[in-house]
Design a binder for this molecule. Structure first.
Ligand SMILES: [Zn+2]
Ligand SMILES: [Zn+2]
Ligand SMILES: [Zn+2]
Length: 158
């Protein structure tokens, strides 16, 4: 009769130790250092590709591509990557500066616009939901649900 009563407290002690360790080890991992994530990430303008140390500085400054330099930079919400793709025509560039420097064949004389979703395996039209593997193919075809009545498919904002 001594055995069961002797083992039980030991097991409880072991479980408690595990639980305690779990808490001790989990606490620093789950507490992500506040303030070091978004504020220090470099920010890019989606109109001219200019890089700034953070989004606040970017939004404060005037953009040469926005209303002839009268408007401010607009934050590119996608991630920095090796390759950027235009959401209006599907052309790819290795930098946002190159992409925004060139005129988009689908943009009525305006520059390419970087797609925030980046290069994807598949693109879904934001208006009609049709899926395409190739953004060039997608933006070449007219969308039956385009808000302007006529116009081509555009990838979803994701
Ligand atoms: Zn800009
Ligand atoms: Zn384009
Ligand atoms: Zn569509």
């Amino acid at each position: 009769m001594m055995k069961p009563t002797g083992i039980l407290p030991v097991m409880i002690a072991v479980l408690a130790a595990f639980a305690l360790h779990g808490i001790v080890f989990a606490a620093p991992a789950s507490a992500k250092k506040p303030g070091t994530t978004s504020s220090q990430a470099p920010a890019y303008c989606k109109l001219c590709g200019q890089k700034y140390p953070d989004a606040k500085t970017l939004l404060r400054n005037r953009c040469p591509h926005n209303d002839g330099g009268k408007g401010k930079h607009v934050l590119f919400e996608g991630e920095a990557a090796d390759m950027y793709i235009c959401e209006n025509c599907g052309m790819t560039y290795t930098s946002l500066k190159d992409l925004t420097r060139n005129t988009c064949p689908h943009g009525n004389g305006t520059a390419h616009v970087p797609y925030r979703g980046g290069i994807c395996a598949q693109y879904t039209c934001r208006w009609c939901g049709r899926k395409y593997k190739n953004l060039k193919d997608m933006t070449r075809n007219s969308c039956p649900k385009h808000p302007d009545g006529k116009g081509n498919h555009r990838p979803s904002g994701n």
